[in-house]
Design a protein around this ligand. Structure first.
Ligand code: ZN
Length: 147
């Protein structure tokens, strides 16, 4: 038996639950508006090792500031639209499918092009990744989902 606590609700009024049967929930799930200007998942999902944001910039919109980070690198994935990246004084073209990583110290800003720009940004402490995929994941062949 699992007991859940409602943490918050999103724009669709879907409840966001926290599983109280464990000190840290095994699963946090939320529904978000994928078209909202910016949604940060850290609080919605109780993320503990990274921050993920979903961003939608209107045509011609630009970051309100240039910024860099103290400890975190960022991985950006452009999923729709186009735009430009300002990176330490250089300008790079962005388009659907562009993916890039930035070291914490890079001074950055983004400007959407004529088609707007939708991207996901994943932020995690630089050099913190110790293992991934098959070096961290373990097969559970004894468990068979009954879809
Ligand atoms: Zn950032």
């Amino acid at each position: 038996m699992h007991y859940f606590e409602i943490l918050s609700t999103d724009v669709h009024e879907e409840p966001i639950f926290k599983d109280l049967t464990m000190s840290k929930a095994a699963l946090n799930i939320a529904n978000i508006d994928l078209l909202a200007p910016r949604t940060e998942l850290h609080d919605k999902l109780n993320l503990s090792g990274c921050e993920v944001s979903v961003n939608n910039m209107a045509p011609g919109a630009q970051s309100p500031f240039v910024h860099h980070h103290t400890d975190n690198e960022e991985c950006y994935l452009v999923i729709k639209g186009d735009g430009k990246l300002f990176s330490d004084g250089e300008y790079l073209e962005l388009k659907e499918g562009s993916v890039f990583r930035m070291s914490p110290s890079v001074k950055r800003a983004i400007k959407a092009g004529d088609n707007g720009l939708s991207f996901i940004c994943i932020q995690a402490q630089e050099n913190s990744l110790k293992a991934y995929t098959f070096s961290d994941g373990k097969l559970d062949n004894d468990v068979k989902p009954q879809w």
